[in-house]
Design a protein around this ligand. Sequence first.
Ligand code: DQA
Length: 156
Amino acid sequence: MSKKKPQRSGRLRILVIHGPNLNLLGSREPEIYGSFSLAKINRLIKSESGFLKADVTFKQSNHEGELVDLIGTARNKYDGIVINPAAYTHTSIALRDAILACGIPAVEVHLSNIYGREEFRRESLTAPVCVGQVSGFGEMSYLLGLRGLVEKLKKS
Ligand code: DQA
């Protein structure tokens, strides 16, 4: 993995990507995904990033190709990626290849514990090419994933 120069301020730049249907959080199956909207989760991530001295940028898309483009162009703008690929976790070789190709570390996060749910959710095509995965802690999964990624980047 290529070593990137930190931006002049010394703050790490993290791209947070939310996959399909996560724009519906708050009203979407709250018994599984919780009652927080995506905007609220983003506010929590932003506040955590302040403690970690990182700058976060948020993107959400329901479209696989758009997610591939986002990851593919992340290299020159960001130091790392926190991604919840949502349903594409279980289906997308294109997202897996994009994460591999992008050359910056990514952490996969899930609100629910994908290993305790339906059989088809128990496999992640993307986690093996990420530096780590956090699954099952609701909105905390994002905060823990961000923390882990920032610590890893600081050590590299
Ligand atoms: C999810 C789990 C996926 O299986 C599902 O398709 C999602 C959300 C999660 O955050 O728990 O959309 O990624």
